[in-house]
Design a protein around this ligand. Structure first.
Ligand SMILES: [Zn+2]
Length: 428
């Protein structure tokens, strides 16, 4: 087992459990009867999953299921933070999933074991996923920086996100267009959705809020018989160019298009390859046209890149990744993400890192693991004051100089992410 020499920032992970996923979504995605999940033993479920998903390891999946079915988000976070320590990950950004807004009202049955994503009654004692994750952020200051999900179809979506960003410890926003909407304003969807998008992006641009958008041919969708044409149109990266420019956004295309190598190419892989190349074109035009001044605008994370672990394809994968980490258009834009706990059925965090540690040289690792993610998450390496205010309110003690972790330094009333001692390049 190799161990990293650098502190690592994971820009893409998830802390959740079964109570965060509506039954209806579970049925669409898992291909496993929900009765097995509610009535079967962990042993039964693990065996069922090992049968449908090739490559999954029984002991890993059994552990994930134990955590997921326990429905205790604190334990899920503890489990993940332990993996972070083991792998040398100092900062992680769990992305929230609003899997509710894609369904018609009342799609969730009152008797199902589901915690609402948001609680409109504003009663803080009522459980909601947002409140639970906010508590996790407060429990792990300087370490867990969650992203709130923005679904423009949700009632008061913009207000909910702004409140979470300003008061609940959330660092950025996550979008998931394959759940059924175009992520940029278009005549093809309602004014109501377009207005919500415009209002959100206006705010994100001004506040330099990092935005992560799902961009892969794999993942969640809300249709029983998926219409791939429709889903892919909504996911396509090129539609973003004008909006990034107009609102001066900072966007991370999650998964960098998805699994884009396969011989021979099938339809899905072809689409992923197309997006993988499109994202590079967007990076290139951001660089050449300097579309938003000197501010960095386009990033791509490599989460769920199982290609790195595929014995037959990993040489090709790393040749490409090394090229991306050395050419001037993308060397500062490719960022590390693992997609834990979605990949935890097969890899723990330290296991995810193994091929990256053996294939990439020191410079490449430093960019991918630290410098680039830091630039995406923290403008000029500075922890935003909205986060500091949240910490001040929840756990003031952790702002004292002697309780700061290694990677945070205080300068005046500002908190900065430490620059790597051996680094030649500054964070910004
Ligand atoms: Zn993910």
């Amino acid at each position: 087992m190799l161990f990293p020499n650098y502190p690592i920032i994971n820009t893409h992970c998830h802390i959740l459990n079964f109570a965060f996923v509506p039954n209806k979504m579970f049925k669409i995605l898992s291909r496993i009867d929900e009765n097995i999940v509610t009535k079967g033993s962990i042993q039964d479920i693990a065996e069922a999953i090992v049968k449908v998903i090739p490559g999954v390891k029984f002991d890993h999946i059994a552990e994930v299921l134990r955590i997921y079915s326990d429905n205790n988000i604190k334990k899920a976070a503890e489990w993940y933070v332990k993996q972070m320590k083991e792998a040398g990950i100092i900062i992680a950004t769990p992305l929230m999933m609003d899997l509710e807004s894609c369904f018609e009202a009342n799609a969730i049955k009152p008797d199902e074991n589901y915690i609402p994503y948001y609680c409109y009654s504003k009663d803080e004692s009522q459980p909601s996923q947002i409140n639970q994750i906010s508590k996790i952020a407060a429990k792990y200051p300087w370490q867990i920086f969650p992203f709130i999900m923005f679904d423009p179809r949700r009632k008061s979506a913009v207000e909910i996100c702004k409140f979470a960003l300003e008061n609940q410890g959330f660092l950025g926003i996550k979008l998931y267009p394959p759940l059924g909407y175009f992520p940029v304003p278009t005549v093809r969807q309602s004014d109501k959705i377009n207005n919500a998008l415009e209002e959100m992006y206006d705010y994100c641009g001004k506040e330099r809020i990092p935005i992560t958008v799902h961009c892969s041919t794999a993942g969640a969708y809300a249709q029983v018989n998926p219409d791939w044409e429709d889903i892919w149109e909504k996911t396509a990266p090129f539609q973003w160019l004008e909006t990034i420019r107009k609102y001066e956004l900072k966007v991370n295309f999650a998964h960098f298009g998805g699994k884009y190598i396969k011989h021979p190419l099938d339809q899905k892989t072809k689409k992923s390859l197309e997006w993988h190349l499109n994202i590079q074109t967007i990076m290139g035009s951001a660089y050449r046209m300097n579309i938003i001044g000197d501010k960095e605008s386009v990033f791509a994370d490599i989460s769920y890149h199982s290609l790195a672990h595929n014995r037959k394809l990993q040489d090709e994968y790393f040749q490409d990744l090394k090229e991306l980490l050395s050419n001037k258009y993308s060397q500062t834009q490719v960022i590390f993400g693992s997609d834990a706990s979605m990949i935890s059925h097969t890899w723990s965090e330290i296991e995810v890192l193994q091929p990256f540690l053996s294939y990439l040289n020191e410079n490449e690792q430093e960019r991918l693991f630290y410098q680039n993610p830091a630039k995406f998450l923290f403008e000029n390496g500075e922890i935003p004051s909205r986060y500091i205010n949240f910490i001040k309110k929840k756990i003031a003690k952790s702002l004292e100089e002697n309780s700061l972790p290694d990677w945070i330094i205080k300068q005046g009333d500002k908190f900065q992410l430490k620059k790597l001692a051996h680094s030649n390049s500054a964070l910004n």
